[in-house]
Design a protein around this ligand. Structure first.
Ligand SMILES: Nc1ncnc2c1ncn2[C@@H]1O[C@H](COP(=O)(O)OP(=O)(O)O)[C@@H](O)[C@H]1O
Ligand SMILES: [Mg+2]
Length: 245
C-alpha cells in the first residue's frame, strides 16, 4: 500500500502540491484526473523521489515504511516505477537489450513475445534499435512492456497516451489489466475521461490538492462540472484552498 500524507511542494512562492493526501492499494488501478497544470507530473516526480523535487513536506509511506529520505534509485529498488510523460530515449540499445536490462533480467523468449503482444508489437521488434528505428509511439509501447516485465510494486503512468501517435485505448487497458493482475499499485495520470474510466477508483486533482475521490464515473462527472469552467487552470492555488470553496 502506498500512502501520501499532507504533501506540499512550493515553487516560486506557490503551492504546486498543497496538503495532498491519497492512498493506493495493491492490485487496484487509480486514475488521477486533472487539467493541465494542476500538479499531476509534479506528484509523479515527488512519488519517485527525483532530486529536483525532494524538498517536499509531508510523508510518503510504502507498506507502512516512510520513504521520504530515499533517493530515486533507492525508491526504484523498492519497486516504484515511473513511466514519464515523454517517452525515454535509449541510444544504441535494441528492444531486447532494453527489455532485459542489458541481459540482467532472465526472461524466456515466450515471456518477451507475450509481453510485446500486450502492447501490440510483434517479436520482429526485438532486434530493432529503440532510438534509431522506432517512432515515439512505438518507444512508448516498448517502455510499457519493460514496466510490465520488471513487475513493479508501484507503477505510475504519466499520461501514457500522450504521444506522438494515437495510442490504442485497448492496449492501455490490457497493460492496466496485467499490472493489476500482478498485484501492483497502479496509478494512471491523465486529463482524459476515457482513461480515467479504465480505473477502479479515481482522484480529482486541482490546484495541487485531491479535491474528490471515488468511482471513476462519479469523478468524471465532477471533472466535467468543476474543471471545465475552473479559474485555476495552469494556476496552482496559493494558500487556504480554492477561491470558490
Ligand atoms: N520547477 C518549477 N518551478 C515553478 N513552477 C513549476 C515548476 N514545475 C512545475 N511548475 C508549475 O506547477 C504546476 C504543475 O505542473 P505539472 O505538475 O507539470 O502539471 P500537470 O502535469 O498537471 O500538467 C504548473 O503550473 C507548472 O507551471
Ligand atoms: Mg504533466
Amino acid at each position: 500500500m502506498l500512502e501520501v500524507k499532507e504533501v506540499k511542494l512550493i515553487r516560486d512562492e506557490r503551492n504546486i502540491l498543497n496538503s495532498l493526501t491519497a492512498s493506493f492499494e495493491k492490485g487496484r488501478v487509480y486514475a488521477i484526473l486533472g487539467n493541465n497544470g494542476v500538479g499531476k507530473s509534479t506528484l509523479s516526480y515527488v512519488l519517485m523521489g527525483l532530486e529536483s523535487h525532494n524538498d517536499y513536506k509531508g510523508k510518503i509511506l510504502l507498506d507502512g515504511e516512510e520513504i521520504d529520505t530515499l533517493s530515486v534509485s533507492d525508491r526504484a529498488k523498492k519497486g516504484i516505477s515511473l513511466s514519464w510523460q515523454e517517452p525515454a530515449r535509449f541510444k544504441g540499445l535494441t528492444v531486447k537489450e532494453y527489455l532485459t536490462l542489458g541481459g540482467k533480467l532472465r526472461l524466456s523468449r515466450e515471456e518477451l513475445d507475450e509481453t510485446l503482444s500486450i502492447v501490440g508489437l510483434n517479436k520482429e521488434y526485438l532486434d530493432r534499435l529503440v532510438d534509431e528505428s522506432l517512432s515515439g509511439g512505438e518507444r512508448k509501447r516498448v517502455e510499457l512492456a519493460s514496466i510490465m516485465l520488471v513487475n513493479p510494486r508501484v507503477t505510475i503512468l504519466d499520461e501514457p497516451d500522450s504521444g506522438i501517435d494515437i495510442m490504442s485505448m485497448e492496449m492501455i487497458e490490457r497493460v492496466l489489466e496485467r499490472l493489476r493482475d500482478k498485484g501492483s499499485v497502479v496509478i494512471i495520470i491523465t486529463h482524459r475521461e476515457e482513461i480515467a474510466r479504465m480505473a477502479d477508483e479515481a482522484y480529482l486533482l486541482c490546484g495541487g490538492r485531491m479535491i474528490a475521490s471515488g468511482e471513476p464515473e462519479e469523478i468524471v462527472s465532477f471533472y466535467r462540472k468543476l474543471c471545465d469552467t475552473c479559474q485555476h487552470i495552469n494556476e496552482p492555488i496559493t494558500e487556504g484552498g480554492l477561491a470558490n470553496d
